[in-house]
Design a binder for this molecule. Structure first.
Ligand SMILES: [Zn+2]
Length: 398
């Protein structure tokens, strides 16, 4: 089963054949096989050995975003959901350990102009994932003691490079290792106060070019969700900012990249899909906004269904996999049907799909597709709602 033949004139997305023809709706019979195949591809492309074969950034490691720690985070979750899965004789936990043993400990704890302080910061992510895996407080202490030294970019609040990502990493450590709370709770409080002291939130790697992003990759929505999911007491404090985002939804159902305009993209990092990923777990903290949030999600899903079958290599951040989880069934399965390992392989080799600059990580490549299959398999097994219970790696995990 190939990808749809027709692309939109913009080249950004495939025309969804099921848009006006319910008979073209595809199902996704067996996510488990796709999960296994995707994990095998991952191990083949970037095995847990040195020299590292990751392509992005000349092979440098960037925390949960890119590199072996990113893959280790996927295997950490897989070790919880499929502890007995064996691939080439090793368990998910074995792989998690192996991907954390590739000289990450040589990375500098200092912040650099490119590292940010959180999800893209190797030292912080390595210690966070190690803490989750080993339940050893040493790693929690390494993490906590370094926070105050990350002073280079105090105005970075968004999730990938900024303080909201620190909240996500600390919430993750508490989820996997509740005893870490004693060390982390005071740090969480300080980081939330830091985030709240900035209004508006802006982002830009160039200090002279700061923009007001609203989407999940660099903007307000994932800052709000990380504050509230990490400590729900703060929900009323950011309600005004949330209502402002809801009011910025366009007539088509999308959100532009910036508060005052910007690109009209349909992906996790910018646009409706990321906002839905964040609204789903946020909803329960805002009973008074329930109808407005439900209405916003419904309108968002229309634009994702129409324009979300992206021609970029399927991944979580800007691809079919991430967009699928912003939809509900049966639309979600229809999307995932277009991002199976065999379709991706063919699409990349005949250039129907645009290859990502990363070849392995959980945000932009194979580990993200494996993550998607893990989520879909969880839903299919009736274990719960994967968007709430598993979430987007580093951004909306419980
Ligand atoms: Zn992206």
């Amino acid at each position: 089963m190939p990808l749809p033949e027709q692309k939109d004139p913009s080249g950004r997305y495939f025309i969804n054949e099921a848009l006006n023809n319910p008979e073209a709706l595809k199902s996704m019979p067996n996510p488990y096989d796709c999960l296994v195949e995707s994990v095998e591809n991952l191990i083949e492309e970037t095995p847990p050995t040195l020299p590292w074969t990751g392509r992005f950034g000349g092979g440098l490691y960037f925390g949960l975003f890119v590199g072996p720690t990113s893959i280790a985070f996927f295997f950490l979750w897989l070790s919880k959901l499929h502890p007995d899965l064996t691939i080439r004789g090793l368990s998910p936990e074995d792989y998690c350990k192996a991907y954390l043993s590739l000289e990450q400990d040589k990375y500098n704890p200092a912040e650099t102009p490119r590292s940010g302080c959180s999800l893209n910061h190797e030292y912080m992510c390595y210690n966070a994932v190690k803490a989750c895996l080993t339940k050893d407080l040493t790693y929690v202490q390494n993490f906590a003691q370094n926070i105050d030294k990350l002073t280079l970019r105090p105005a970075f609040i968004e999730v990938l490079f900024g303080r909201a990502g620190l909240l996500s990493l600390m919430r993750t450590m508490k989820y996997w290792f509740p005893e870490s709370g004693e060390i982390l709770d005071p740090e969480i409080e300080k980081v939330i106060q830091h985030c709240l002291s900035y209004d508006p939130w802006t982002f830009g790697v160039n200090p002279n070019n700061q923009r007001r992003y609203i989407g999940a990759g660099h903007g307000d929505i994932a800052i709000i969700s990380n504050i509230v999911m990490t400590n729900p007491v703060y929900a009323p404090k950011v309600q005004g900012r949330l209502e402002k985002i809801l009011a910025l939804q366009t007539d088509s159902g999308n959100w532009l990249a910036l508060e005052d305009g910007g690109e009209d993209l349909v992906q996790f990092c910018h646009g409706a899909p990321g906002i839905v990923w964040c609204l789903v777990p946020l909803k329960k903290y805002y009973p008074d906004l329930r109808d407005r949030i439900d209405g916003a999600i419904e309108r968002a899903r229309k634009v994702i269904w129409e324009r979300g079958l992206l021609t970029k290599e399927p991944c979580l951040c800007h691809g079919i996999t991430g967009n699928a989880f912003a939809l509900a069934e049966p639309q979600r399965s229809h999307f995932l049907h277009h991002a199976t390992p065999s379709i991706v392989r063919v699409g990349l080799s005949n250039e129907t799909l645009e290859r990502s600059s990363d070849n392995c990580g959980v945000w932009w490549s194979e580990a993200g597709r494996a993550w998607g299959w893990m989520m879909h398999e969880y839903d299919r097994a009736g274990l719960g709602d994967s968007v709430e219970d598993i979430g987007f790696p580093g951004a909306t995990n419980p």
